[in-house]
Every structure is written in C-alpha cells, then in structure tokens.
Design a protein around this ligand. Sequence first.
Ligand code: SF4
Length: 210
Amino acid sequence: MVYELYQTLRAHYGDLHWWPAKTPYEVIVGAVLTQNTAWSNVEKAIANFGGELSPEYILNADMPELTDIIRPAGFFNQKAVYLKAVTAWFAGYGFDAAAVRREPPDKVRAELLSVKGVGKETADSTLLYAFNFPVFVVDAYTIRLCGRVPISAGNGYDAVKAYFEANLPHSEEVYNNFHALIVINAKEHCRKRKPLCGGCPLNERCGKRL
Ligand code: SF4
C-alpha cells in the first residue's frame, strides 16, 4: 500500500534528490533551523552566513553574532544554542561525514537524540539527508497524509516511522525521495485547510478526496 503510494507520487513528481544543501554539515544546520518555521526562512538564514557556513565558524562565533545571522529562522536564541550543541557533537567525528557513516545508525541516532535541541524529526532528517542512513523521516506532512488516505500507521512518531520502514524497501534512496514527495504533495495539493484534490496524484486512492 505505502509503496504503491510512493510509486504513484514518484511517477508524478519524479526523483527530487533532497536535501537542498551543499554539504552534510549544511543539512545538519538546516535540520535545526527548519524547526517550527518555513524553509524559505531557513534559506534566508543560511544566506546570511555569506558563504562562511562551516562547523568551525559556528563553534567560534559568539552568540550575538550567531543569533543575528540566523534571526530569519525564528527562535534564534534557542537555535543558536542548538547549532553549537550539534556542531560540538559533529566535532567528535572530526567534522568528517564519512566517519559518521561508518557507525551503526542506531548508535548515531542515540547520540543525536542526546544533543540539546535535537528531537526525533531533526535526528532522522540528519541521519537520512546528511549521512545517507536508511531511516524514514516522519513529519506533520506524513501524519496528515496518513490521516487522509488513510494509512493505518499507528499513533506517534515511532509507530509511524516503524510502519513506513516495515512496508517499504529498506532503501535510503526510497526513504529520501518518499519524504520529499510527501512534502511537495502536501504543499501543492494536500494542504492543511482546503486540500486541492483535483490534480492530486493520490486522488484515486484517497478516502478523503474532496
Ligand atoms: S486527494 Fe486530497 S486529501 Fe487525498 S492526498 Fe490528495 S490532496 Fe490530500
């Protein structure tokens, strides 16, 4: 069922090749900054680094400087603390994404979840999009899709994540693209209020189509 939904979305939108970032570290930064804000605000914050975005820069920046840079992403005082914390974690790997990838994903996930400001969605986005671990990311768009199609994925982050992982090929490529497809379809059609069901690629499979 969910794999058929994936194939239907992929046939419509193609392979989206997320995450929109130049480096694994930029993915980590984006995953923190996108908490409780639109991606367009994250883009403004990242642009404010003016090409200086690096783990060393964030570790060495003083708080007024860092909060000023990331201000467009909102909650900038908290997020500056979170960015320094997750960067300190990455420093434990020498800022080497390949070194992280050599570790078991469950170990890395547990480490990330112990970092201040890193919740499950941020941790899993980082694991999948920065380090290419086969970990499914659940977000509000995923929950909305489950409620509307419907998909009996259970309640709560862990249950939904486990359901998707159990019912899809164990593939980083599939998890990467499926999450991106869910997001784009939610933005283009499956909106929170007044979904635009006409033209939605899931229209024929959806129990909540209008
Ligand atoms: S048919 Fe409508 S409610 Fe169903 S997934 Fe598409 S936009 Fe959402």
